[in-house]
Design a protein around this ligand. Structure first.
Ligand SMILES: O=C(O)CCC(=O)C(=O)O
Ligand SMILES: [Fe+2]
Length: 352
């Protein structure tokens, strides 16, 4: 992805979405939560910290999360070695309409091109997904991973990483369950076992001569249940603060993961927790790497407010929707510019 692309109009954000690049001093920041339990820190305290972070921010960072830091370091290394290759090499594992996994450098968020290149792989290889976004279509297709030859340890490292992150995802899902007052931490696990659609993405954001005109990823909400993100020390992720709508940078903390609530947890919690908008700004100097793990349930999951959460005073705010179809519609814009804004959970909101 060359610097000359800076002047390609497809990257240019509408004026109202261009980033302010001057330093913003956040009055308060995304909370950091220690996941370890000790004599001085009970599970109840941890669950209560998770509840406040989910309600107030929809985003938090976690430390003492159990993922070995040497494994993350190896992931960052193979990501860099892969992206540092020439475009011809990377395009050998290019994603296309037939295979959604692999390398690509042309994603659109809200119809503007993102200033990044990515490599995607599934946590469960050979995952079933709906063949089309059409609501009536019932046929499925199989998504498979494709792996580059270089670096040779790429595949093994990615597979090992995905397994570790899945464990962290279950841990966080359990804590979120408890924080919503559900009696059993494993209540939501069944939606993910066997056929989960979870995937890991390696992102590289190249430096850009006009960072004021573009975004690494345009503002968006994540469609899954949770996202668990590793970012390097460069910074660039910004979160829309719920209290005032300001874009607040998420400070890089070494050895921490950033966790955010996705659309599914918003619906499950009947809006107690919200999936918050975020975006990535780029800079003139440094390339940035990040690695999100998107925790997605099985394609056939029907998403609706949890029975344990709704009652007469808090009636369901959404009608149910099929996650696989939601995901398929959301991803259409990756290949073809869409004339309309892509699907959002608000389309399933029930009238009050
Ligand atoms: O790179 C980042 O910091 C965030 C990326 C992101 O939000 C996404 O890929 O959904
Ligand atoms: Fe995101």
């Amino acid at each position: 992805m060359g610097e000359a692309l800076a002047f390609d109009a497809s990257f240019i954000q509408p004026i109202e979405h261009r980033p302010k690049l001057e330093h913003v001093d956040p009055i308060d920041e995304v909370p950091t939560i220690d996941l370890s339990i000790s004599d001085s820190r009970s599970v109840e305290q941890l669950v209560s910290d998770i509840a406040s972070a989910c309600e107030n921010w929809g985003f938090f960072q976690v430390i003492n999360h159990g993922v070995p830091m040497e494994l993350l370091a190896r992931m960052e290394k193979v990501a860099k070695l892969f992206f540092d290759q020439g475009i011809e090499e990377k395009r050998k594992v290019k994603r296309d309409a037939a295979n959604a996994m692999g390398y690509h450098d042309g994603e659109n968020t809200k119809n503007v091109r993102d200033w990044k290149e990515v490599f995607d792989f599934l946590v469960r290889d050979r995952t079933l997904v709906p063949a089309s976004h059409e609501p009536d279509g019932t046929s499925l297709r199989v998504l498979t991973n494709q792996w580059p030859q270089y670096p040779p340890e790429f595949r093994e490292t990615c597979e090992e990483y995905a397994k570790e992150l899945e464990l962290l995802a279950y841990k966080l899902l359990g804590l979120i369950c408890l924080s919503l007052g559900l009696p059993i931490a494993d209540r939501l696990k069944g939606y993910f076992q066997d056929e989960q659609m979870s995937m890991v993405r390696l992102n590289r954001y190249p430096p850009c001569s006009s960072p004021d005109l573009v975004l690494g990823v345009g503002r968006h909400k994540d469609a899954g249940a949770l996202t668990i993100l590793a970012q390097d020390g460069v910074g660039g992720l910004q979160v829309r603060r719920k209290s005032d709508g300001e874009w607040i940078p998420v400070k890089p903390i070494s050895n921490a993961y950033i966790v955010n609530i996705g659309d599914i947890v918003q619906v499950w919690s009947n809006d107690k927790y919200e999936s918050v908008e975020h975006r990535v700004v780029v800079n003139t100097e440094k390339e940035r790497f990040s690695i999100p793990f998107f925790f997605f349930p099985a394609h056939h999951t029907m998403v609706k407010p949890l029975e344990e959460v709704v009652n007469e005073q808090n009636p369901p705010k959404y009608r149910e929707y099929n996650f696989g179809k939601f995901f398929a519609s959301r991803n259409r814009s990756d290949f073809q510019k869409q004339k309309v804004e892509n699907v959002q959970i608000d389309h399933f909101r029930l009238p009050v």
